[in-house]
Ligand binder design. Structure first.
Ligand code: JHZ
Length: 392
């Protein structure tokens, strides 16, 4: 692994604090990112034990956003239409945003975060509250193999590919389909979205890198869909090598060509990205400092895991952002890790209370701008660092 980016010491992104002044100082880890020229894999270089991140207190709920609910609904109808699976398994089912689009008898969820698993269990779904591994795969699929396995924003969170894919091999039926969805490395690098890197995101994948990983497990990508979620993601449709039911679509070649044209196979691309990230930090700090000098009131919108990286890397604290609005009940009343900025229950933006709003959830810009039409009409402004620091 060749290190190309250093984002400093960072707290755990989803460990929101219940008090601003905690007695013990927060545990931090070194967030640096590397590229492996052989496997084309981009990953963080120091990992945190999974139990520290994914446990009964996990705050993030997929169904908090209308965009995500709509995406899952659309995907579910596509799945029913194109594959008509008898049995579906979701790895990392979160609060059930995807599986709730299916009949309770046809779908199984795996979710290690107990608080989220319980929410979905209460709705009557079959959920296993465990980490995905071979033991669990054997237990779940003793009598019935799975026709379709789906996993969104989960593969990038799991360190051990052998364990994940050996378990998938156990669970998936002979002609079964695997659909994986994760942020696109191309979009991340193109958009200067360095905040896609935090403790939970061990990897940000390119099609090239994923193809190499899958080949070890006799799996093949046969279709790639570029989707807008989470700042630009790829949805990979995958089959076993010996499954002749699906031809390899042109989109696989095209995506790899796009990535190569951009230089995702070269270390120099990542070194240039690191330079841009350093400039982005300077630019964002300048915007905040200039506005603070003019006594402008700045708040944040969407206390995301990504914000943790930005705020701590750019050293933006409560002197510069008064508080964050967020809709997630678990986050409300708490403080963002590291920067210790308070999170308040979301209220529609009002120009008489706020001048500028930092878009923590920049990936939901369209949804947020629609919601805050009135604020924008009255001259309210947003600050973002994507694709470069600017005021909108
Ligand atoms: P959002 C999480 O990252 C963590 P985060 C995780 N590691 C991952 O991979 C991705 O999700 C998928 C709030 N919000 O989706 C809700 C509003 O308040 O960008 C959320 O707290 N109002 C699993 O945290 C946050 O913003 C709104 O109108 O970076 C969005 O978080 C909207 C739209 C959202 O993921």
């Amino acid at each position: 692994m060749k290190k190309f980016l250093d984002l400093g010491y960072q707290p755990l992104a989803n460990s929101y604090l219940s008090k601003r002044n905690i007695k013990k100082s927060e545990k931090k880890f070194k967030l640096s990112i590397g590229f492996d020229p052989k496997s084309f894999l981009v990953s963080i270089l120091n990992t945190v034990p999974k139990e520290k991140m994914f446990n009964k207190n996990y705050p993030y709920k997929s169904s908090e956003s209308l965009t995500m609910r709509n995406q899952f609904r659309l995907l579910s109808s596509k799945i029913k239409k194109n594959f008509n699976p008898k049995l579906i398994l979701e790895i990392g089912s979160n609060d059930g945003a995807f599986i709730s689009n299916f009949d309770k008898n046809n779908v199984i969820g795996v979710e290690p975060c107990k608080n989220l698993a319980n929410l979905t269990k209460k709705k009557g779904f079959k959920i296993f509250s465990n980490y995905w591994n071979t033991t669990l795969a054997k237990k779940i699929t003793k009598n019935n193999k799975i026709d379709l396995i789906y996993s969104a924003n989960t593969l990038s969170h799991i360190e051990d590919f052998d364990e994940i894919f050996n378990a998938i091999d156990i669970a998936l039926s002979k002609n079964g389909i695997l659909i994986l969805e994760d942020p696109s490395l191309l979009e991340c690098i193109k958009n200067g979205a360095y905040d896609q890197f935090y403790c939970e995101h061990l990897y940000v994948f390119s099609t090239m890198a994923l193809e190499k990983i899958l080949s070890k497990f006799k799996l093949k990508i046969f279709f790639v869909e570029n989707i807008k979620t989470h700042g630009g993601s790829n949805r990979y449709y995958i089959k076993r090598n010996n499954n002749l039911m699906y031809k390899i679509d042109l989109s696989v070649k095209q995506n790899i060509a796009k990535e190569k044209n951009f230089g995702l196979h070269k270390l120099s691309t990542y070194k240039n990205f690191a330079k841009k990230v350093a400039e982005s930090k300077k630019g964002l700090r300048k915007i905040f400092n200039d506005l603070a000098k003019k006594n402008k009131i700045i708040i944040g919108y969407g206390a995301t895991a990504k914000s943790c990286t930005v705020l701590n890397y750019c050293k933006i604290q409560s002197k510069l952002i008064k508080f964050f609005y967020d809709t997630t009940s678990y986050k409300i009343g708490k403080y963002l890790p590291g920067s210790k900025i308070k999170i308040k229950k979301y209220k529609k933006l009002n120009i008489s209370d706020v001048d500028y709003v930092f878009l923590g959830a920049w990936n939901f810009k369209d949804e947020i701008f629609k919601k805050e039409k009135k604020f924008i009409k009255k001259g309210g402004k947003f600050i973002t660092h994507i694709p470069y620091p600017r005021i909108i």
